[in-house]
Design a protein around this ligand. Sequence first.
Ligand SMILES: N[C@@H](CCC[C@H](N)C(=O)O)C(=O)O
Length: 275
Amino acid sequence: MIQFTKMHGLGNDFMIVDGITQNVFFSAEQIRRMSHRNFGIGFDQLLIVEAPYDPDLDFHYRIYNADGSEVEQCGNGARCFARYVYNHGLTQKNKIRVSTSTGKMILRLERDGSVTVNMGTPITDPQRIPFKAKKTENTYLLQANGQTFLCGVVSMGNPHCVIEVDDIETAPVAEIGAILTKHERFPKGVNVGFMQIISPEHIKLRVYERGAEETLACGSGACAAVVVGQRQNKLKKMVRVDLPGGRLKIAWDGDSKPLWMTGPAQHVYDGQIQL
Ligand SMILES: N[C@@H](CCC[C@H](N)C(=O)O)C(=O)O
């Protein structure tokens, strides 16, 4: 039996497993089965807590998409991870240093129950995203489905492409998201964000996630949208991001500064599963 906890950050939901006190290994096929919303637990991502590899860190964790692929970053997952390790007595700290497969992050538990995450510095160099382009630009033209899309491309540890739309309600998230997420110019796939700018301090966003389809919220996607909007001089430093599942606060001072994301992390239930 494997003990797990179900949590969500604005409806982006997670199965979280303590891999320190339990010996766990899941195949991609097992992850796909567990993530199924009718035949399994149902989740967008699986997070596995591990011991730190570095004495300066408190934890390491692995992130898997619902389709079983391992990924580098998950903003909403980071907030849930912080609440999970604190509530399960794995740490007494309210400033938690963690690493994932791409880098290090600092998670801060706030008194009001929200969690603030230092999401690190965005990457715009195409080679490091990775994205096939000759040089760094604020916008690129992407051809798909007989149409041309103007988009910003950025990595928050994981790859994002952000398209500005006039109306978030009618944005072709499922149709175009499913095509662009596998576009040949993104060798490792991409998360596709659709952003409506309401004002320089307020956007609406829907994200078709790589390996999970459209989710109710994407934390790294919210950061990516703010980077893209700011680099086009359309957004200010502090931005309210409204996603289908709720609101995030994103702050970015630009250039080589890290992004800060603040939002909720909710426990849903504890369970156990036999594979
Ligand atoms: N929901 C996440 C992102 C999860 C990973 C993503 N699907 C990818 O493949 O990069 C978030 O809140 O950032």
